[in-house]
Ligand binder design. Structure first.
Ligand code: AGP
Length: 607
């Protein structure tokens, strides 16, 4: 999705904005631009492609100005061209704006404005710029508020005007904006990463808010110009944490971080004495939890596969029916949920448009809603106002890894907490919690095999198709492993329940169609083993994820990766890791843009 960075203060804006855009590259983009206020004039430079293209166009311009706005664009309206790149101008270059979101009624607004202004681009954002210009009568803030009152859609917006050299106007509805507060300077961005080198004191704008930002202060109001008081949040992510830490890619760093961030996920959330989980931020009483008749988990992509693991845990521990659905389906299918339903919205970014709308649908129907979110202060987190942050830290790679395992961790903790309110014994609860505490060390035992997994991956890198098979709680693991491979290596891959192969997919199996299967020691071991034998009998090459010490598994393996034993419900926390590394090393072998795979964005803030 698009990225926004603005700066007003006492330093040269240009380098701050350029680095800020680089910090936001992971959001996915296809063009970039910058505008600096210089001697009463708005300078603008835009470029298609990577930030480096913008930087090379800037090399002869060293604008000293201390106020500027900038943008990375992920095209939604209009092609990838310089004219469509932001910032967009209005009033003959007196106004510049950058915008993230979609103006749904831009056509009718454009028709009205076309009589007076000449449009350069095909974008809805330029319409917004001219709409603001059309309302300008001396106050940029008023012009922005009046323009936004006419808008239907979503926006994260920054606007500047040459007549107001000490002011940036920011506004948000549906697309996140954060204001970083420092001495005599303010940073505004789509998320905290561009400001962490300068400040960790931030204010999150909420929907419908407009901020008038000067070098001295920030005035926040709604569209009716009614003042709003906001608090400051202390962010505990430092810039280094959001960088690669010496790894070739963010994705590898984030895979390797899993033991550490897993500890962050469970820290302070375990009551070993009572054998239960301690989850704050509840918006539902224990009595209400005991009376729940249904649990629903809404999410997308990797978060959905984490949700599927949660299904097994909730049904086995809390014995409450649990339905997992794609947010994009849930929001349109008239879901059956009410005050006896607890809906979990699972999302790394907390900005996935489908999940935002699905949350609103669930609330509309009276369900209790709880978030399992990574990004602090994100839209979903703030709309729900209850639930748990997964504390995975900034996940910069488009392919989600550490957020997945931390989502699973939080779902397991929720299932333990709910189970202990019903019939799960203290002993069982304690045993699960003790097993959770052993997970980081067991994750490290797998991560130590990275070189061996890399060698195996190289042997499979040239195949064009893969099956990933799992049963029971490892079926979601197979789905997640398959997604990891396809989204970063661009190789076709399908995740399947092992028992399903005989109902058709087996027809695809051949020497050219390897099978990756999870065959860890649990109640479905023999069933899974025969599924693997069915595939091998048709020539498939097999890579097996097996429990360490299980020499029998080698009978059905061309290649094998061993993982430590753990309780069955906790297996996804371990069994997914070799699949993450397998996908990563194949993608590296194929020379893919691992952190920013083609066509994908880190946060899907549009439908
Ligand atoms: C995961 O590897 C993908 N990048 C994608 O499927 C992602 O999980 C999905 O878009 C959901 O994002 P969210 O967790 O931020 O809501």
């Amino acid at each position: 999705m698009c990225g926004i960075v603005g700066y007003i203060g006492n330093k040269q804006a240009l380098p701050i904005l350029v680095q800020g855009l680089r910090d936001l590259e992971y959001r996915g983009y296809d063009s970039a631009g910058i505008s600096i206020l210089e001697d009463g004039k708005l300078q603008r430079v835009r470029a298609v492609g990577k930030i480096d293209n913008l930087v090379s166009k800037l090399k002869d311009q060293n604008y000293p100005g201390t106020l500027g706005i900038s943008h990375t664009r992920w095209a939604t309206h209009g092609g990838v061209t310089e004219e469509n790149a932001h910032p967009h101008f209005a009033l003959d270059g007196k106004i510049a704006i950058v915008h993230n979101g979609i103006i749904e009624n831009y056509r009718e607004l454009k028709k009205k404005l076309e009589k007076k202004v000449k449009f350069i681009s095909q974008t809805d954002s330029e319409v917004l710029a001219h709409l603001i210009g059309s309302h300008y009568k001396g106050s940029l803030a008023d012009a922005v508020r009046q323009a936004l009152a006419e808008v239907r859609g979503t926006y994260g917006l920054l606007a500047v005007h040459t007549d107001h050299p000490d002011q940036i106007i920011a506004a948000r509805l549906g697309s996140p904006l954060v204001i970083g507060v420092a001495e005599g300077e303010y940073f505004i961005a789509s998320d905290v990463t561009p400001m962490l080198a300068y400040t960790k004191q931030v204010t999150f704008l909420d929907d419908g808010e407009v901020a008038e930002i000067s070098r001295e202060n920030v005035r926040i109001s709604n569209l009716k110009d009614e003042l709003i008081t906001k608090g400051i949040t202390q962010i505990d992510w430092d810039q280094a944490k959001a960088q690669k830490g010496g790894y070739e890619h963010f994705m590898l760093k984030e895979i390797m971080e899993q033991p550490t961030v897993f500890e962050d996920a469970i820290r302070g959330r375990i009551n070993m004495e009572e054998g239960t989980a301690v989850l704050g931020g509840l918006n539902i009483s224990e009595d209400q939890m005991r009376e729940l008749k249904r649990i629903m988990i809404i999410s997308g992509g990797t978060a959905y596969y984490a949700g599927l693991v949660g299904k097994y845990a909730f049904e086995r521990l809390a014995q409450i029916p649990c339905e997992v659905d794609f947010s994009s389906e849930f929001r349109y299918r008239d879901p059956i949920c009410d005050k006896k339903t607890l809906v979990y919205a699972v999302s790394q970014s907390g900005e996935t448009a489908d999940t935002i709308m699905a949350v609103r649908e669930a609330k509309r129907k009276g369900a209790h809603v709880r978030g399992i979110i990574n990004v602090v202060g994100s839209t979903i987190a703030r709309e729900i106002g209850a639930g748990s942050y997964i504390h995975a830290g900034p996940e910069m790679a488009v392919a989600s890894t550490k957020a997945y395992t931390n989502m699973v961790a939080l779902l397991l903790l929720n299932a333990i907490q709910l189970g202990r309110l019903k019939h799960v014994t203290q002993a069982t609860g304690k045993r699960m919690l003790e097993s959770l505490l052993q997970i980081p060390a067991k994750m490290n035992e797998i991560l130590k095999q990275a070189d061996e997994i890399k060698a195996i991956a190289k042997k499979y890198a040239q195949y064009k198709n893969f099956f990933f098979l799992g049963r029971g709680v490892n079926y979601p693991v197979a789905l997640e492993g398959s997604l990891k491979l396809k989204e970063i290596s661009y190789i076709h891959s399908e995740g399947y329940a092992g028992g399903e192969m005989k109902h058709g997919p087996l027809a695809l199996v051949s020497e050219e169609f390897p099978v990756v299967a999870i065959l860890t020691r649990n109640q479905l071991y023999e069933k899974m083993k025969s599924n693997i034998q069915e595939a091998r009998a048709r020539g498939a090459r097999t890579l097996i994820i097996a429990t360490e010490g299980d020499i029998e598994a080698a009978e059905v393996a061309d290649d094998i990766i061993f993982v430590p034993k753990t309780m069955e419900l906790l297996e996804p926390l371990l069994n997914t890791i070799p699949l993450q590394l397998f996908a990563y090393y194949i993608a590296v072998e194929l020379g893919r843009d691992v952190d920013r795979p083609r066509n994908l964005a880190k946060s899907v803030t549009v439908e």
